[in-house]
Design a protein around this ligand. Structure first.
Ligand SMILES: Nc1ncnc2c1ncn2[C@@H]1O[C@H](COP(=O)(O)OP(=O)(O)OP(=O)(O)O)[C@@H](O)[C@H]1O
Ligand SMILES: [Mg+2]
Length: 317
């Protein structure tokens, strides 16, 4: 667990962080979002003491981080930044091995770990291990950055806008991969982003910051459903409801009993269908394209309900 208590960071007259209190549970992925200059990177870097707070307390797994050796602390926490920050003169494999080498792992073990992680991030070692960073695409470099951060198997991973510099398609892929990796490794992750879609897609919780303060700390669903004030609502934007739908499946829409019907009446070949596991936003999108209703199929492809635009408007969620 990461527990920040009354963290203040002052740069002369600028209060980069004002009395931050935040508790992040083990295995939780928290996204930090807010306008430029609101203190996201500062908050992230206070956690591994790349920045020393002016006052306040940082507890990591119950231990006071300010009493730990900062170098050891930094090595025990994975850190990923925009553009990956790889060493240009080192091969991919050597870049991944950096931290484990600093920690004194023997060569065979380091190499084995690097190979394993390149697999995890989707880069076949036989193809990529001996390349240099400039011989990789931006997305591939980010993958190496993630492999490097995971090498020493840290419990905590700090990620500062890691996917901001890649194209939208690669970005979506990297997000999906991060979620897949996270289900395997269950790290405690703090992830800074400017992108609200990314924040709600990745986060178990979202912390929204404004001028050095956390304005709201909630689950993505809750923050989209009940923004605490006008600033939050404005920041989340006009698509708030649609984004919220994208967090749900068709099954969530019908769970309240909407649209259930008598099976006798249905001819599956004459209707547009959608899986109960499909994304609710995609279902609405289909309906808005002019299909009057969708037959919802369960896992065995058996029709169980029918939904129309009204089920979405009715606010089933
Ligand atoms: N070394 C420094 N000296 C003085 N002021 C600083 C320093 N580092 C950051 N600041 C100020 O602290 C505030 C928070 O900066 P920070 O980098 O944490 O913002 P951010 O939310 O990460 O912004 P961005 O989204 O643009 O990356 C800003 O007002 C910034 O100008
Ligand atoms: Mg920043």
């Amino acid at each position: 667990m990461i527990h920040l208590k009354n963290i203040v960071k002052q740069y002369g007259n600028t209060s980069a962080l004002k009395q931050i209190n935040l508790e992040i549970r083990n295995g939780e992925l928290v996204t930090l979002i807010g306008p430029s200059g609101c203190g996201k990177s500062t908050l992230l870097r206070v956690i591994n003491r790349m920045i020393e707070p002016t006052s306040g307390e940082i507890l990591i797994h119950g231990e006071n981080a300010l009493n730990l050796d900062p170098v050891k602390l930094r090595r025990s926490i994975g850190y990923v930044i925009q553009n990956a920050g790889l060493f240009p003169h080192l091969t991919v494999e050597k870049n991944v091995e950096i931290v484990t080498e600093l920690l004194g792992w023997d060569k065979a073990k380091r190499k084995q770990r690097a190979q394993e992680l390149l697999h995890v991030v989707g880069l076949a070692p036989e193809k990529f291990a001996h390349r240099y960073p400039k011989e990789l695409s931006g997305g591939q470099q980010q993958r190496v950055g993630i492999a490097r951060a995971l090498a020493a198997d840290p419990a905590i991973l700090l990620m500062d806008e890691p996917f901001s510099a890649v194209d939208p398609i690669t970005r979506e892929q990297l997000q999906a991969e991060l979620l897949a990796i996270q289900t395997q490794v269950k790290k405690t992750i703090v992830f800074v982003t400017h992108d609200i879609h990314e924040a709600v897609r990745l986060g178990d919780k979202v912390a929204l910051m404004q001028e050095g303060e956390i304005v709201q700390f909630d689950t993505p669903d809750q923050i989209l459903k009940s923004p605490k004030n006008d600033f939050v609502a404005q920041f989340l934007g006009q698509e708030r409801e649609l984004q919220r739908l994208s967090l749900h499946l068709v099954g969530d829409i019908i769970q309240q009993g909407h649209g259930f019907f008598d099976l006798e009446q249905v001819n599956i070949n004459q209707e547009h269908t959608i899986s109960i596991k499909a994304n609710a936003r995609n279902a609405l999108s289909k309906l808005l394209s002019g299909v009057p209703s969708l037959l919802v199929l369960d896992d065995d492809e058996k029709p169980i309900a029918r939904v129309s635009v009204h089920d979405f408007i009715r606010g089933a969620l």
